[in-house]
Design a protein around this ligand. Structure first.
Ligand SMILES: [Zn+2]
Length: 396
């Protein structure tokens, strides 16, 4: 039993609650955009259900079973997936002025250009990132001349600590890490020294290093031992020599230790030398799943085995990965790696309204590795519509 004072107080708060509810309904009676009836998969809040998504003022305003309200624009998403805007942490989007708009069509609302340029020409990718419609940032290549056909740091003097530090100091807002490409055809026998110099640069700014692994001179254990919490290994499915798995199917102890101390493992699909189905099979069977998907995107990707990020996200569905686990690796997981994506990778109410609407098609699909081998899958994700900052992006 409530005494009179408790009753009055309870009644007053109930009335106040009803009042605020009514006010909220009135205010939200009209949205800028409603995405109706899609299967919303948002691993950041463990949601996988049919929902309407209401957007106002560039932010997610409501995610509900049914929104009874009007909107200036409506997207019918019945039969489609509605997921947080995709984040691709290894691309070369900033190599071309049109890159950002091309990946935006694929649902990519945030990207990292991973080492297309070094200190000498860092202004070029930064200019592209600065004028991109979505969030884009760059990793500086430790090789001051950037990606070279003859090898970025085959000539060790190109791994110039002073030049990289100067470039970062002048561009703190756009350089978010250091990229070191360590394959033998890029560094020769300089892999350990190039990585050591990359860490020297990165740690002085509190930034991560992303290493491009695979086909290195040094054993992978030697290299991964030099990585700190927050660093990233890309091309984690690279076949031998020096992959992350031994020939008996065991993940290297140094790799397990690296994951335990907070090193991230990323796919970096790419086109040559970075993934082969038998290596992927061994690594997936060992239970060492990637933290993030990324494309290693280039302007020609659509004509290669990469195609787009949704295609790369589809490749492990046949290895027991659920749709929700695949979406996490291109949204919330990717958002955790770089602070600029802190409020992204989620459809939580209040978050910036970056949304990827995808189609999940059933059928027979061929997926390519980097060695012209194919596997067949029964499901594939296709980009449908992108919403950036609450606005629907017109299809090109
Ligand atoms: Zn790359």
């Amino acid at each position: 039993m409530l005494n009179r004072r408790q009753f009055l107080s309870a009644a007053a708060s109930a009335a106040a609650f009803a009042g605020t509810t009514r006010r909220a309904e009135t205010q939200a009676a009209r949205y800028d955009l409603i995405i109706r009836g899609g299967r919303v998969i948002d691993p950041s809040v463990r949601l996988d259900a049919t929902r309407d998504v209401g957007i106002s003022g560039g932010r997610i305003a409501a995610v509900e079973a049914s929104i009874v309200a009007d909107a200036d624009d409506t997207i019918d998403a019945h039969g489609k997936l509605v997921v947080p805007g995709l984040i691709d942490i290894h691309t070369h989007t900033a190599r071309s002025a049109e890159g950002p708009r091309l990946v935006l069509q694929d649902g990519v609302t945030g990207w990292i250009d991973a080492g297309s340029q070094g200190a000498d020409h860092i202004a070029d990718p930064i200019a592209v990132a600065r004028s991109a419609p979505q969030q884009g940032r760059v990793l500086i290549n430790i090789g001051r001349a950037g990606i070279l056909g003859e090898g970025d740091t085959m000539n060790l003097s190109l791994a110039d600590v002073g030049a990289a530090r100067d470039a970062i100091a002048k561009n703190r807002d756009f350089i978010v890490g250091v990229k070191a490409r360590l394959s033998q055809n890029v560094v020769g026998a300089n892999d350990v020294e190039v990585l050591r110099r990359s860490q020297e640069v990165a740690t002085s700014f509190g930034l991560p290093v992303m290493i491009h692994m695979g086909q290195t001179m040094s054993p992978f254990s030697t290299l991964v031992d030099l990585l700190k919490r927050g660093d990233i290994v890309t091309h984690m499915f690279a076949p031998p020599p020096n992959s992350i798995v031994d020939d008996r199917g065991h993940i290297l102890p140094a790799v397990l230790a690296a994951r335990r101390r907070g090193v991230w493992f990323d796919i970096g699909n790419g086109q040559t030398g970075h993934m082969r189905w038998d290596t992927i099979d061994a690594i997936m069977k060992a239970g060492f799943w990637p933290d993030t998907f990324s494309t290693d995107w280039n302007a020609n990707s659509r004509r290669t085995g990469v195609v787009d990020l949704p295609n790369c996200m589809s490749k492990l569905l046949g290895y027991g990965m659920t749709l929700s686990q695949a979406v996490a690796r291109a949204t919330v997981n990717a958002a955790r790696i770089f602070p600029l994506f802190n409020d992204r990778g989620t459809l939580n109410v209040g978050a910036p309204a970056d949304v990827a609407i995808l189609e999940l098609r059933e059928g027979t699909f061929e997926f390519l590795d980097n060695y012209k081998n194919t596997i067949t899958g029964r499901q594939r994700l296709f980009p449908s519509t992108t919403v950036l900052g609450g606005r629907r992006i017109p299809r090109a």
